[in-house]
Design a protein around this ligand. Structure first.
Ligand code: NAD
Ligand code: WQD
Length: 338
């Protein structure tokens, strides 16, 4: 079985390629290297003993996408990670986000709509829920008005897939709504490579621990939560990667209840920012330098997943603890600093 992984050199894509190869799938990675490096190929090869096929292609180029599918007629599935993902950047440059996250999706789906049968997995996000009224969040929770162009691209992306699969019934699709992916492969051969100042909590913590950042600002400690800081569902990226293999197997075995399904992918447990800091201090043995700062605009108070649908239908469950995920993030940070 051969799977096209777009954005397969990125953070989540690279970990998914490893899991796919370890489960015997052949992988074709397509990436434009806009937020990744060719070195990731070496890391994947180091872990799996096999170099995946790689093509440098920008999926915003419609004719290049057409040529890709003409050349590779033997694909059994597509996992579409390629997108831009920085929330702040999307506010500053919305058209970049609409072009990169929407056009690439449309071009790939246009190619799939020409095939007799196609399997497609889309990277969606818990950001589509905004501040949910009920916790934990089920897939039935309403999609709230997006806080950013980035978030909007995930909502629109899901709608595009829903509308397409309604008429192109030969496309079987699954959107996975990821909660907060963190960590790295336990081998420390691949991990997250934030460019510039990290916007996300865990890479900011590990960079502070490594002395690259002076201190972490905790964005608000006056929220109505157990210690006043925001709550999120932090999931080990390896668990998240495995969820893709489970979703792919559901599609390949034609077990889906309908040709478009949506699943939450999280641990089901919420952690506060302070609990994440404590986890870092436990696994690293270092005190973290932090200060309490103002709330960050757009932050939701609390979000964590009801994962029962994915647990049952995908036969998948997140296995790693927050400490295990944090330990892997810290090991990776130390490796890249050396
Ligand atoms: P990432 O930036 O590490 O990976 C994305 C990869 O896609 C990069 O290697 C980049 O070079 C490539 N890419 C981007 N635009 C491309 C294009 N036009 N053509 C070809 N390749 C292109 O991001 P990630 O964290 O691995 O995220 C993967 C997916 O998951 C994205 O769709 C993202 O929106 C989604 N997601 C991420 C998170 C998160 O917190 N990391 C949470 C929810 C959803
Ligand atoms: C987590 C918590 C911050 C940094 C973002 C995107 C979302 C999704 C995942 C893709 C929050 C606090 C953070 C810092 C802090 N991505 N924090 N100091 O906000 O849940 O989601 O990434 O789809 O779309 O919005 O994750 O890691 O940025 O923040 O106190 O320096 O850490 O306030 O409570 P978030 P995050």
């Amino acid at each position: 079985m051969k799977i096209l992984v777009t954005g397969g050199l990125g953070f989540i894509g690279s970990h998914t390629v490893v899991e796919l190869q370890q489960r015997g799938f052949e992988v074709l990675i397509v990436d434009n290297l806009s937020n990744s490096s060719l070195k990731v190929l070496e890391g994947i090869t180091e872990i799996t003993g096999k170099a995946p096929e790689f093509e440098k292609t920008d999926l915003r180029d419609k004719s290049a996408v057409s040529a890709l599918f003409k050349k590779h007629k033997d694909l059994d599935g597509v996992i579409h990670f390629a997108a831009s993902k920085a929330v702040g950047e999307s506010v500053a440059n919305p058209l970049l986000y609409y072009e990169n996250n929407i056009n690439t999706l449309v071009y790939v789906l246009q190619e799939l709509s020409k095939l007799e049968q196609a399997n497609f997995i889309f990277s969606s996000s818990c950001t589509v829920y905004g501040q949910a009224d009920e916790l934990p969040i089920t897939e039935n929770a309403p999609v709230k008005a997006a806080e950013s162009p980035y978030g909007n691209t995930k909502q629109i992306g899901e709608e595009i897939i829903r509308d397409t699969t309604r008429v192109n019934e030969q496309i079987a699709a699954i959107s996975l709504r990821y909660f907060n992916p963190i960590g790295a492969h336990p081998s420390a051969a691949i991990g997250e490579l934030p460019i510039g100042v990290p916007q996300n909590l865990v890479p900011f913590i590990t960079q502070t621990g490594a002395g690259i950042r002076e201190k972490l600002s905790v964005f608000g400690n006056d929220y109505p939560t157990r210690d006043g800081t925001c709550i999120r569902d932090y999931i080990h990226v390896v668990d998240l990667a495995k969820a893709h293999v489970s979703a792919l197997e559901r599609l390949l075995k034609k077990k889906s209840d309908s040709n478009y399904e949506v699943f939450n992918i999280g641990t089901g447990t919420g952690s506060t920012v302070m609990e994440v800091i404590e986890s870092f201090e436990r696994v690293s043995g270092n005190k973290l330098n932090y200060q309490i700062a103002d709330r960050r605009p757009g932050d939701v108070i609390a979000a964590f997943a009801d994962t029962s649908l994915a647990n049952k239908q995908l036969n998948w469950k997140a296995e790693s603890t927050l400490d295990e995920a944090m330990a892997s993030a810290w090991l990776w940070e130390q490796k890249i600093r050396n």
